[in-house]
Design a protein around this ligand. Structure first.
Ligand code: NAD
Length: 502
């Protein structure tokens, strides 16, 4: 793939960083440079914020008819579809996503944006139930855009995450400054090209590739940004929350997870073994809601584990662009080393490596940041590998004696993002699912996140929800409007309270 240079997208134009600094985005499979990218400085970030501010305060976007905004989001969705092939190839090169996953991601990016275009057309004003009475008053709940939204995203689903932030923020009438991850800026910059092509007014969307402690922190600190919508690690989420408190900025945080996958004794074993693999190894384990802790009943422990290990050993690592590859590299050298560090900790704390446990020795993979799919057996839930988010292809298998113990182990975590229960008995699975302190729970399934259903975390996995009407409302301020219908002053309840009658 030819190397590209990406500039910052500010106020409808592509511009170089004022400091003329750039960085390289690297293909994690072969370490080739995919693109050189302008690096947004604090000054550039301020320029992007002031473009978004002006577009919100004076521009047409928040004042436009809902149908017009909706049509523009639909046009963005159509263009993503048109450019599907090229975007898939770019996502694979930039993020190490397998082509099979990237096919899904780009298709879903278009579908999600199409859904957000429908949300944009919704009338959100509603009456206050039980309060309005003809002849007394009319009471309305009006949802208005918050203003300038600063959106900060990670590297695991680059285009999808950009769409997940831009779609609802724009649908609600906000303007946005989006900072993609410094590790995967490419498809977000292609999205900027699309946004310009479809004629979104200047300043409504600004996309500034850059680093967290520079562009990211400036977005969070700025008094001219009204809301931060952040997806990333819990550690950075805490930093964002504390900086945003300076001016009580609104925040939504989608952070880390350590989701428990509970196999009940009556689960369909063939299905559950495959499901457990999908839950952890999809995208090399780099999913916030991955099933990282597998809870097995004592009675099925040995058999399940044996089958899981045997099948895991068949996973084919390789070039992510090749459709026969099951797993690609992890995102970076740093991340590879971090995962190796966790594997060492797991061993040191007494867990047993049932398979994997290192970077593969295969010479053909030596340029990539690979980690063998790894299963730790005999894990105690108090061990580091069961408590901390590894964000790689490492599964912790934990034994349980009773259903109550399984629930207690699942909930013994600072996180609460996802969870799963596998059983042939739907009622039993539902009763367990209800006891899990997590934002999404799948029964006999994993990873299904719909643009229509609220997604987000309990506990330290986050604040707020994305998707559906709940997600749209996260990008609105709520106004109660009271419209008097009494007419005369004598009928007012306050008449006798403080205002003298004459
Ligand atoms: P990260 O927290 O390191 O970075 C996320 C983003 O924040 C990046 O754009 C980064 O540049 C920026 N950033 C870093 N420091 C910052 C600062 N001080 N101020 C402002 N911005 C800053 O996370 P990552 O490594 O890119 O992604 C992996 C993490 O994301 C995992 O913890 C994963 O669970 C989480 N994640 C959560 C969800 C979810 O929906 N809950 C989805 C995907 C990923």
């Amino acid at each position: 793939m030819a190397m590209t240079h990406y500039q910052l997208f500010i106020n409808g134009e592509f511009v170089e960083s004022t400091a003329k600094k750039t960085f390289e985005s690297i293909n994690p499979y072969n370490q080739e440079v995919v693109a050189t990218v302008s690096r947004a400085s604090v000054e550039d970030t301020r320029a992007a914020i002031s473009a978004a501010r002006k577009a919100f305060d004076e521009g047409p976007w928040p004042r436009m008819k809902r149908e017009e905004r909706s049509a523009m989001l639909k046009a963005i969705s159509d263009k993503i579809n048109e450019r599907q092939k090229e975007l898939i190839a770019l996502e694979v090169a930039d993020s190490g996503s397998t082509v099979r996953k990237a096919n899904e991601d780009i298709y879903l990016s278009a579908r999600n944006m199409n859904y957000f275009s429908k949300l944009a057309a919704l009338e959100l004003t509603e009456p206050v139930e039980g309060l309005s009475k003809p002849g007394f008053s009319q009471n309305l709940i009006i949802r208005e855009p918050i203003g300038v939204v600063g959106a900060i995203i990670p590297w695991n689903f680059p285009l999808k995450m950009a769409v997940w932030k831009l779609g609802p923020a724009l649908a609600a009438g906000n303007t946005v400054v989006l900072k993609p991850s410094e590790l995967t800026p490419c498809t977000a910059m292609e999205l900027a090209v699309i946004i310009r092509e479809v004629g979104v007014p200047p300043g409504v969307v600004n996309i500034i590739p850059g680093f967290g402690d520079e562009a990211g922190e400036e977005l969070v600190r700025s008094p001219h940004v009204d809301k931060i919508s952040f997806t990333g690690s819990t550690a950075v989420g805490k930093r964002v929350m504390s900086l945003a408190s300076e001016n009580l900025k609104k925040i939504t945080l989608e952070c880390g997870g350590k989701s428990a996958n509970i196999i009940l004794e009556d689960a369909d074993m063939d299905l559950a073994v495959d499901g457990a693999m999908y839950a952890i190894f999809y995208h090399q384990g780099q999913c916030c809601e991955a099933g990282t802790r597998l809870l097995l009943p004592q009675s099925k422990y040995t058999e399940f584990l044996e089958r899981l290990v045997a099948k895991t050993q068949k996973i084919k690592l390789g070039n992510p662009a090749d459709s026969s590859t099951d797993m690609g590299p992890v995102i970076s050298k740093k991340q590879q080393e971090r995962i190796i560090g966790y594997i060492a900790k797991g061993k040191a704390e007494g867990a047993r490596v049932a398979t994997g446990g290192q970077a593969p020795k295969d010479q053909s993979l030596s340029r990539g940041f690979f980690i063998e799919p790894t299963i730790f057996a005999d894990v105690d839930n108090r061990m580091t590998i069961a408590q901390e988010e590894i964000f790689g292809p490492v599964l912790s298998v934990i034994r349980y004696e009773s259903e109550d113990q399984a629930v207690a182990l699942a909930n013994d975590s600072i996180y609460g993002l996802g969870g799963g229960v596998w059983s042939k008995n739907k009622d039993r699975a539902i009763s367990v699912a209800k006891k899990l302190r997590a934002g999404t729970v799948w029964i006999n399934e994993w990873h299904l996140i719909s643009e229509r259903a609220p997604f987000g975390g309990y506990k330290q996995s986050g604040i707020g929800r994305e998707f559906g009407i709940d997600g749209l409302k996260e990008y609105t301020e709520t106004k109660h409007m009271h419209i008097d219908e009494l007419g005369t002053r004598e009928k007012k309840f306050w008449y006798d309270v403080v205002v003298p009658k004459s």
